[in-house]
Design a protein around this ligand. Structure first.
Ligand code: PEP
Ligand code: MG
Length: 938
């Protein structure tokens, strides 16, 4: 049974799977459009930009933000954006740009030199630029960046002369060679570090800042020698050549492993490419009157309306996000540089209003003058998203309809994730504290590398990823971990940003942790933790404790279970307000897939109004039931089978009674038995072992005979291809007494409730129908039994008989099937399986490679394949309605809880989607998003 019962298909780790180099898509549409437009580079300088906020597709998020801020008169260092179309063209033309674009770039460089009042390579006032990636959708840390570009042996002297700071100039040059050497020339970082350590050692310098100008000059010389040795060429001295190479490296980084993996995780298309932003450098590291920082207009972890962020004095932007130094909270900037702080507050407040969303910004202060380097909508936890959306409405900034769009439906799942049992949590002492970067309770076994995290998680273990700091390469480990804990880094470090986005509880900058990743140990105070030891932390408070702590349901679940009053839980009230708005907007109904009364109650509490799929066979596994089911299967004549079914009848009736009652009169779709019968019997191999053992020790003769009979029946029922075998409607046709028993149980329960004065609406659903005659056969039985029961019980109830559409022939002949079916429920799990011919249980073996090779973008069992499977759905909708205009149409495959599939189902005009109880809130919001953004029939 487990085999057939829909489980999310395990994804193959694409990082580990074989990886041929990804090929760019054949000239995408954007390339053709851009070629016609003949403009690939857009400047922003001195209060005037050639782009604006509407041009994210072409300028990327960062480029369009810089353009918009420039146009708004904000202090933005001048620069230009090389468009995403140029990136796509670069790939399409075999990794080079046509001369016309090279010329366009040179012209922009000249223009930038003019507005900046400095020249590339100048020995008195050199122009230095940053070169940064920026795709339409933010992909933090996934692609490459190069700072201080333009430095060479002459310009470094120019920088020294202009700043009267030789140490600063040579430190910048050293950083530039290292970054360029690593990113562009692909020389491993460690080789540079090795040289740097040697110089530090010779100068007896403990940390970087102990090295003076001489030491840094020596480092530069060593780095240049290293470049020559590794590449056979000197370090490039021409800034325009440097720029071209850096630009191409950023284009190339669009297809590095981590960027590809990130796009898979967040469904970002591969073909859109990245823009490249070239911008005059401003120096946050030019002394104690300079600083750099990042922040959010509101707290992105909790949503609290409080200015939030951090900064470092005398540092470059990468130092803050890299998590190497722990930065200071932004409030302290007020005391250090009050004028710049005040200006930053005013500008960011203006930006939040302008964009009508919380902003995530980057700034640099050079000699007390503030510059804005980025603004974009801030990524936030699901928790924060709900708080911000409801606050924006309360602050009368937007309508509920607009606020709904500020919350990603899938993020609502985070609000349902467990919290610690406070009593259990209190029992352990706090071992240390870090910064609460992403809320949620995490308890697991410590692992120190992402590789181990993946390997252990594959064995079913719960792991906590504990690292000094995380890097973009850790993404696969972070994905499988219960939570992420780091020793360094701030609230905007990689671990914090990515943890929040994934909804993984994260605590960062727990500086008391002394982690030895090589030895796989971690010391805190006088305690030492080895790999595999249990650790727990609270992502909302930052507290870390040694040991395992039980978790318990989120506040929302506690309120729904009646263990907490709604007025005690702020988040519950906001959550239900938001979903109340969603319910007003959506046109799709939301039902749940549930087979037990308690699941049904939870689903109802989450807002499901109806059961879309009750898999009756799940009920066969309850206490003391499986033996009865086996007796039914083992019976070799109808009489014995009926006797066994008679024992099952009251049990099923009881379950149906509970499910109907939990749904308060809403429709309940009950499906007749679906899986092949052998799934209810023991495995053949196990039985053979048991028999051999019994025979060897001369065991009980009756037991031995019983096992042998069972084995015989198991062998009889063996199928080569059970998913296409004796299952679904075929069982009901060959053993009509099973359908009879199930129909009787359904109608007896329904009549009982009706007699108690309660409303019930049963919908009996026949699975796996591919031919109208199959359905006709079963419908006759259901209608006959319904009539018999109603007569016996002396009550009349309304009911429907319908079918699943999950066999391609069923979809193709939906007009015929609708002659018998009063409703269709699309079983998109089987429909996907049978349309692609991919076994839903085995797709994991090749899906990773399919995705790598771009044969499939997404797992079709998670997100509906609109082009293929979806067309069968659309066809069946149309045909079904043609025969029976009022036919009820819904979906009960796993796709019913997937936001992008929900968009599709809305569009093709289904009446409802049905999903697992925990996905119901997600589906309610996704259905509202669909109603706000697409029209039925579009
Ligand atoms: C389906 O096939 O989509 C479905 C809901 O049925 P099951 O997953 O039980 O096969
Ligand atoms: Mg099915």
């Amino acid at each position: 049974m487990a085999k057939k019962t829909a489980k999310p298909v395990k994804r193959v780790n694409p990082v580990k799977a074989a990886k041929p180099a990804p090929r760019p898509a054949k000239k995408p549409v954007a390339v053709k459009a851009a070629k016609a437009a003949k403009k690939y580079i857009y400047s922003f300088a001195d209060g005037k930009a050639e782009g604006d906020r509407t041009m994210k597709d072409i300028l990327g998020g960062k480029g369009s933000g810089l353009a918009e801020m420039t146009n708004a008169g904000l202090p933005v260092p001048p620069g230009f954006t090389i468009s995403t179309a140029a990136c796509n063209l670069w790939y399409a033309e075999g990794r080079r740009l046509p001369q016309a674009i090279e010329d366009e770039m040179t012209a922009h460089v000249r223009k930038l030199e003019q507005v900046a009042g400095s020249q590339f390579g100048s020995t008195s006032n050199p122009l230095l630029v940053s070169v940064r990636s920026g795709a339409k959708f933010s992909m933090p840390g996934m692609m490459d960046t190069i700072l201080n570009l333009g430095l060479n042996d002459a310009a470094v002297e120019g920088l020294k002369a202009r700043t009267s700071n030789g140490r600063f100039a040579y430190d910048s040059y050293r950083r530039f060679i290292q970054m360029f050497g690593n990113v562009v020339l692909e020389i491993p970082k460690e080789k540079f570090e090795h040289e740097f350590e040697a110089v530090k050692h010779a100068h007896r310098a403990k940390i970087d800042t102990d090295l003076g100008e001489d030491g840094l000059k020596e480092t530069v010389a060593r780095y240049q020698a290293l470049v020559r040795k590794e590449t056979g060429k000197p370090f490039p001295q021409d800034p325009v050549q440097q720029l071209k190479a850096a630009r191409d490296a950023v284009f190339r980084s669009w297809n590095n492993d981590r960027a590809i993996k990130y796009r898979r995780m967040y469904d970002i298309p591969d073909h859109i490419g990245t823009a490249v932003n070239v911008q005059k450098m401003v120096f946050g590291n030019s002394g104690e009157r300079s600083a750099t920082g990042v922040g959010f207009t509101r707290n992105p972890a909790t949503g609290e309306n409080r200015f939030f962020g951090e900064f470092l004095v005398n540092a470059q932007g990468e130092d803050v996000v890299a998590g190497v130094r722990t930065p200071r909270p932004i409030d302290e900037l007020k005391d250090v540089m009050p004028k710049a702080y005040k200006e930053l507050r005013a500008i960011t407040a203006r930006l939040e209003k302008h964009y009508n969303d919380i902003q995530d910004f980057e700034f640099t202060i050079e000699d007390e003058k503030l510059y804005m380097l980025q603004t974009r909508s801030g990524k936030r936890t699901g928790y924060a998203a709900v708080v911000i959306a409801t606050d924006f409405v309360a602050e009368k900034r937007m309508t509920p309809r607009d606020a709904l769009l500020l919350v990603e439906p899938a993020a609502l799942s985070q609000l349902l994730s467990p919290v610690f049992d406070p009593a259990e949590w209190k029992k352990l002492p706090v071992a240390t504290r870090g910064l609460p970067a992403s809320p949620g309770a995490a308890s697991g076994q410590v692992v120190f590398t992402s590789e181990h995290a993946v390997a252990w998680a594959e064995q079913g273990k719960k792991v906590l990823l504990v690292r000094k700091e995380t890097a973009p390469d850790d993404i696969h480990g972070m994905e499988v971990a219960q939570g992420i804990l780091t020793a360094t880094g701030g609230m905007t470090s990689h671990a914090a940003v990515v943890g929040r986005q994934m909804g993984r509880p994260s605590v960062v900058g727990a500086s008391a942790l002394r982690i030895d990743e090589k030895a796989k140990v971690c010391a805190v105070g006088d305690q030492t933790l080895k790999e595999g030891d249990w650790l727990s932390f609270d992502g909302l408070t930052g507290e870390v404790k040694i040991g395992k702590v039980a978790t318990r349901p989120s506040e929302i679940l506690q309120v729904l279970a009646g263990e907490m009053q709604p007025q005690q839980s702020d988040i519950y009230r906001r959550f239900s307000t938001l979903l109340g708005w969603a319910d007003k907007v959506r046109t799709l109904g939301i039902r749940a897939n549930a087979d037990q009364p308690d699941q049904s109650e939870l689903a109802y509490a989450f807002g499901a109004r109806g059961i879309g799929l009750c898999r009756t066979e799940h009920m066969f596994f309850g206490e003391g039931r499986i033996e009865k089911v086996q007796r039914m299967i083992l019976a070799d004549n109808e009489q014995d089978r009926r006797a066994a079914l008679a024992e099952l009848l009251p049990l099923q009736r009881g379950d149906f009674y509970g499910v109907f009652k939990a749904m308060h009169g809403e429709p309940v779709t009950i499906r007749t038995i679906d899986p092949p019968l052998h799934e209810f019997l023991p495995k053949r191999e196990d039985l053979m072992v048991d028999i051999a053992k019994l025979e060897a020790r001369g065991g009980d003769a009756a037991e031995l005979a019983g096992k042998k009979t069972l084995l015989h029946r198991v062998e009889q029922l063996h199928e080569f291809n059970p998913m296409l075998g004796h299952r679904g409607v075929r069982l009901g046709i060959t053993y009509p007494e099973i359908t009879e028993m199930q129909a009787r149980a359904i109608f007896e329960a329904a009549c009982q409730l009706a007699k108690e004065g309660l409303k019930v609406l049963p919908e009996v659903m026949i699975p796996l129908v591919g031919h109208v005659k199959e359905l006709r056969d079963q419908k006759l039985i259901v209608d006959r039994v319904a009539a018999e029961v109603m007569k016996e019980q002396q009550v009349r109830i309304k009911y429907l008989v319908g079918t699943m559409i999950e066999v391609p022939r069923g979809a193709v002949t939906a007009d015929e099937i609708a002659q018998e079916a009063q409703f269709f429920s699309f079983g998109t799990n089987d429909l996907t399986q049978m349309t692609f011919g991919f076994s839903r249980d085995d797709i994991g073996k090749f899906l990773g490679v399919y995705q790598e090779r771009k044969i499939l973008d997404r797992d079709p069992f998670q997100s509906i394949d609109t082009v293929g499977v979806g067309q069968l759905v659309a066809m069946a909708v149309e045909k079904g309605r043609r025969t029976r205009p009022d036919i009820k149409l819904g979906v009960c495959g796993e796709h019913g809880g997937d936001p992008s599939s929900i968009h599709f189902f809305h569009k093709v005009g289904l009446k409802y989607v049905s999903c697992s109880p925990y996905r119901v809130p997600v589906a309610r919001l996704a259905a509202a998003h669909a109603a706000l953004s697409v029209k039925v029939g579009d």
